[in-house]
Design a protein around this ligand. Structure first.
Ligand code: MIC
Ligand code: SF4
Length: 641
């Protein structure tokens, strides 16, 4: 059987393990990406690893998340990142240069290469034929220290696209269709490789939209071939030298094939509060919107911006709607200014925001209480916008603009003939906001503001853990639930003791206090625990509060790795039904944990009140076992020397 695009890239980067699905593999990493909200911890950890410079072929440190500077902490973090980048041989993308995934796609992504990023939407660069994977900051720090990246070999699923999108239907609708069909947990353990005749009609930025939201499916990555469209994009970025063809072999085999006739799709929309709660836009028409936001790493390309501007030309946003636009990068912003698109937007009443993550991560623009916000973003978890009771919908740029003009959810096809969008053949190249590392790195002084606190350190995994059951939750708990982001909390990302006070705050404001008082505790959950963001703070901060184990039906990939990296035992229930034995406040006890971790066997969880004995597995590969036993990845690497 021939090789898929994914298998070709893996074969070229495999430094350990075999390629059978489920088995552990180690990949050599060509490029790393970090952003400011996860980067400070990643660089503190890199410092703790004692390396003098990044060992990846290219490392880029971006500032795009924490750009609202209502307090000094964010700017202090930026300084720290700027100086660590210079010190450790890392490129620094300054605040004002754009969203990490958009800029990476434009300026750094290379077909056939591997990218590891401390952000869950790192797979965006898969739109350009890269194998790009999101991970916790510590895994990225380890990759910068020259370690391979370890993961379970995913199965490769072919998503075969046929047909051509109809007017007003877009790439966003393709990925919303996949989410509609399969749901948020479906992609776990999978790499989604796109193929089929329909690809010819999709440009790289459109492919990037699809690859970006593969993360919402829980997929390890999403990969497109590198074909003529990839070449066209790279030559428009004046990087044609980076192009190489990368196609699947004719007889490539896949674990499954999913067929989508994109010509049959209609404009789709995800309803609150999950990206897989998808309906047709036409079914939701008439719902009044208070806010519409265009942007984020999903839909902030030049094409998106030009489409929005063309739709807005000569029109005015509905009087009761607040309409924001955040372009994806400086390149896009300047091109919008030059071609007049920016003027059309401002004239129509757009509130132009920085080219950064902005409202997507609750950095400003919280909707009104109980308000409805329609966004072109990728996540609509409850509370993520900064307004606990807001209703967030996700849709394409066309659907968002149509709705902003009408003041209610509107199918863009109602606007008649589609607007014509012509993306120029050459993008404007101006890399002045990307600072290369200096020659004399040793002289660079790392500046640590007062908010940057030392990393908490933990001992080895205990054989016996006992403590309070602090929280029992349902399925699909996101890392936004565990460790909220947004303007209030993001400034604390470099200060774990302060941040930890807000663990699970939106679900149970007493969590941190109870955890501290108990000194040692457990969390119980259903399926897909820890979906969403890669933020390792969602493991580190609970560990800091004394959480020793999370017992769940199943886990999301990145969060599972983060738990192990910080010495929290992820225990998978042998029988999902056993969830009913768990009561908040009960006392739980696990004995013989180290032996179970070493052997990959089962443990018994004893509950004091219900007097139940519940079986759970600790299914980890060889290396993760050692990491967990050592009490985390930092301990493991240090022990190994
Ligand atoms: C997100 O979209 O949730 C984030 C903010 O980009 C996160 C990273 C973080 O929490 O800093 C992600 O997706 O990994
Ligand atoms: Fe930024 Fe939102 Fe993309 Fe996360 S999903 S990287 S917050 S734009």
């Amino acid at each position: 059987m021939g090789k898929s695009v994914t298998e070709k890239i893996i074969a070229r980067h495999l430094v350990g393990g075999g390629a059978a699905p489920g088995g552990g593999i180690a990949l050599c990493i060509d490029q790393t990406l970090t952003q400011d909200a996860t980067g400070t911890l990643a660089f503190l950890q890199f410092e703790a690893l004692g390396r003098d410079r990044t060992h990846a072929g290219l490392s880029v440190s971006y500032v795009d998340h924490n750009t609202l500077q209502a307090v000094p902490e964010n700017a202090d973090d930026h300084r720290y990142l700027e100086t660590t980048a210079a010190r450790y041989g890392v490129y620094f993308s300054r605040p004002g240069n754009g969203i990490c995934h958009q800029v990476h796609l434009e300026r750094f992504a290379v077909p056939g290469a591997t990218l590891l990023g401390s952000d869950s939407h790192t797979p965006t660069s898969g739109g350009l034929g890269m194998l790009a994977i999101g991970a916790g900051g510590l895994d990225v720090a380890a990759a910068m220290a020259g370690e391979p990246f370890y993961l379970a070999m995913p199965e490769v699923v072919l998503v075969r696209l046929a047909g051509r999108l109809r007017p007003w239907v877009s790439a966003k609708d393709i990925i919303l269709e996949v989410l509609r069909r399969f749901g948020v947990g479906w992609g776990r353990g999978k790499i989604l490789e796109y193929g089929g005749q329909g690809l010819a009609w999709l440009s790289v930025p459109e492919r990037a939209t699809i690859a970006n939201m593969g993360t919402e499916l829980g997929a390890t990555s999403s990969v497109f071939p590198s074909d003529a469209r990839a070449r066209e994009f790279l030559s428009a970025q004046r990087r044609v030298r980076d192009w190489r063809p990368l196609l699947p072999e004719r007889d490539a085999g896949y674990a499954h094939v999913v067929d989508i006739d994109v010509g049959k799709l209609e404009p789709l929309i995800a309803l609150p509060h999950s990206p897989d709660n998808v309906r047709r836009v036409s079914e939701m028409k008439g719902i009044r919107v208070d806010q519409v936001c265009i942007g984020s790493c999903t839909n902030s390309s030049l094409r998106d911006m030009l489409e929005a501007a063309a739709m807005l030309k000569g029109r005015t946003i509905a009087p009761h709607v607040s309409f924001t636009v955040s372009p994806g990068s400086k390149q896009i912003f300047r091109m919008m200014a030059r071609c007049g698109a920016l003027d059309l937007m401002i004239a129509a009443g757009a509130r132009m925001l920085e080219n950064a993550c902005g409202p997507c991560i609750g950095m400003g623009q919280a909707p009104p209480s109980g308000g409805v916000s329609l966004r072109t973003f990728n996540r609509n978890f409850k509370g993520r916008s900064g307004t606990p009771d807001a209703e967030i919908y996700l849709a394409s740029t066309a659907a968002a603009v149509a709705s902003a003009l009408a003041g209610e959810i509107t199918d863009p096809r109602k606007l008649g003939a589609p607007v014509k969008v012509r993306v120029p053949e050459r993008y404007l190249i101006d890399d002045r906001m990307i600072v290369p590392p200096p020659k004399k790195r040793a002289a660079v002084r790392i500046v640590k503001g007062p908010n940057i606190k030392p990393l908490p350190r933990f001992g080895k995994l205990s054989d016996r853990i006992e403590g309070e059951l602090l929280l029992v939750c349902g399925d699909n708990v996101s890392t936004d639930d565990i460790m909220p982001a947004g303007a209030k909390f993001l400034p604390l990302r470099s200060n774990i003791p302060a941040l930890a006070e807000h663990v699970f705050e939106r679900i149970d404001p007493s969590f941190a206090r109870r955890a501290r008082e108990a000194g040692s505790g457990f969390i119980v959950a259903g399926d897909n625990y820890g979906q969403g963001s890669s933020r390792e703070h969602a493991a580190l901060a609970p560990r800091f509060l004394g959480v020793r184990a999370v017992i769940a039906r199943s886990f999301a990939r990145i969060h599972h790795a983060n738990l192990v990296n910080f010495g929290i035992a992820p225990l998978t229930l042998v029988s999902g039904d056993d969830l009913r034995h768990f009561l908040r406040g009960d006392l739980l006890r696990v004995e013989g944990l180290r032996a179970a971790v070493s052997s990959g066997g089962e443990v018994r969880i004893r509950t004091a009140r219900r007097r139940a004995e519940i079986r759970a597995r600790v299914s980890l590969n060889e290396r993760s076992r050692k990491i967990l036993l050592a009490g985390g990845l930092l301990n493991f690497i240090k022990e190994r020397g």
